[in-house]
Design a protein around this ligand. Structure first.
Ligand code: ARG
Length: 309
């Protein structure tokens, strides 16, 4: 997997967002067509099996260290508050296959979920997954949740509120169109009815497209349904979910690569509380360990490559 410096990436993303913008209508009337239905919060997906026998060498019993609030010795100081209770509370939005979806047992599942559970195991903490609306994730970090893993792109704007781990996956937006559509390049998007998932980078790109009517949905799949029903001209969504939806609606929907539209690459990373450098070090260390021991590649093969078949 290509490792890219997050800062570089965000700069690129910002340029791409700007490059796409003509003189767009100032306010993009965000709520007009928004599917207001709330996905609710499903408390589920905890890793019951997160036993302590796998506690990593460099992690010292976080639960105990937490109690040393006053006289913090060197070891206690090296434990992030987020991990001090022995539980890593993770927010996701399980509407984004193959990175996260609700499985047949009703639990959040997918590449990101498997990855964060593996990270939790390396750190010797239990992982609890909270399925939330995507647009609520960033603002919930540090309060309702410790971190978020949600196929979340590193952006300049989000960096004002949160820090990001090292990037773990490179992505690009795709354009889903109906079979036979004449949309093929950036200019063809002008004035179109475009569906997006609310608060995503696809949403930000769409809102910069001249004359476009942007409909924001809480779930990407609802946008795709409206595309199939003829209510939209296209849907802008990340490549891997786009490929999953293309095969789900085979013969009806086609995923066009974002390169055709001059979209820039994006990098996914885990969003964390701003300034928690200890947590960042621990998560980045665990991520690197999973890359070194082959777990990361095995998860890519299991969840991502499998979904491309
Ligand atoms: N990569 C895009 C973004 O960061 C979309 C992520 C959507 N993720 C999800 N779990 N629904 O904005």
């Amino acid at each position: 997997m290509k490792k890219t410096v997050a800062a570089m990436l965000t700069a690129v993303l910002c340029m791409s967002v700007m490059a796409g913008c003509g003189s767009k209508a100032e306010e993009a009337a965000p709520t007009e067509e928004t599917v207001a239905e709330s996905t609710g919060t499903e408390e589920s997906g905890q890793a019951e099996e997160a036993g302590s026998e796998e506690a990593s060498e460099e992690t010292e019993a976080p639960a105990e260290a937490a109690d040393n609030a006053e006289g913090q010795d060197a070891e206690a100081a090296a434990v992030s508050e987020a991990l001090a209770d022995g539980v890593l509370n993770v927010g996701t939005n399980a509407e984004f296959p193959p990175f996260e979806y609700v499985n047949d047992s009703g639990e959040p599942d997918g590449f990101d979920i498997a990855l964060i559970k593996a990270i939790g195991e390396k750190l010797g903490v239990e992982v609890q997954v909270d399925n939330m609306e995507f647009a609520s994730l960033v603002s919930s970090i540090g309060t309702k949740i410790d971190v978020s893993i949600a196929g979340m792109t590193v952006t300049e704007e989000r960096l004002n509120t949160v820090d990001f781990s090292d990037s773990y996956y490179e992505a690009i937006q795709n354009v889903l169109v109906l079979e036979g559509s004449e949309i093929a390049g950036a200019d063809d998007l002008t004035g179109k009815a475009i569906g997006v998932q609310l608060g995503t980078t696809g949403d930000f790109i769409a809102e910069e497209i001249e004359g476009a009517t942007v409909s924001q949905y809480n779930k990407g799949v609802d946008a795709v349904n409206d595309l199939v029903n003829g209510r939209l001209d296209c849907v802008i969504i990340d490549k891997n979910p786009a490929l999953v939806f293309e095969s789900k609606f085979e013969g009806k929907v086609i995923a066009l690569d974002g390169g055709q539209f001059n979209f820039e690459t994006e990098n996914y990373a885990i969003a964390m509380p701003k300034g928690d450098t200890v947590l960042a070090e621990q998560i980045n260390g665990a991520l690197q360990a999973l890359k070194d021991d082959g777990t990361f590649d095995a998860l890519v093969a299991e969840y991502i490559e499998e979904s491309n078949q």
